[in-house]
Design a protein around this ligand. Sequence first.
Ligand SMILES: [Mg+2]
Ligand SMILES: [Zn+2]
Length: 196
Amino acid sequence: MTGRPSVFLDRDGTLLKEVPYLSRPEKAELLPGVPEALATLSREGNLLLVVSNQSGVARGLLDEGILRGIQTAVDSKLSDFGVTIDAWYSCPHHPSVGVAPQRRRCRCRKPRPGLLERAGEDWEIDWSRSVGVGDDVRDLQAFAAMGMPSVLVGTGKGRMARQKLAESGMDPDLYCAHLAEAVPWILSRTSGARKG
Ligand SMILES: [Mg+2]
Ligand SMILES: [Zn+2]
């Protein structure tokens, strides 16, 4: 077993400033500290895998080409910091809005774990040393479905999500104001001895 530790990252509100149904690459804005945080995580040997619900596609607000354009814009900003996102995974579906084939009950829309499973087919991942980071309850649910610990960041919808979790008596494994603050904790998980 030679799997690599991986950091699964939600896109909107975690890496990028939250813009509802972002559909213009030039509006993609990395949150403060994110490039430096990703540079550290990558330098320590972690795969960087983005997992993102993009129901704006099903809703007809953007298409897969625009989605790739946004990824390219972010990749280009990150390359200035020597950072490469290893893979982008998105769910374009919505269970009840839009038209087929994007309108369907899929396995990849978080909180379901389909995007993570797809990553697991593409990469040799050491799940016991991997971590998920997101700003929404459904991110954390998807990570939990794969048995991963998770970080809730206070950017994007994170503060609201923290409140929702507290009301249902749940806690994330770690709550941080933003991704950069979570880096030491993430590294303590991903650089530990291999388990199991
Ligand atoms: Mg989000
Ligand atoms: Zn889907």
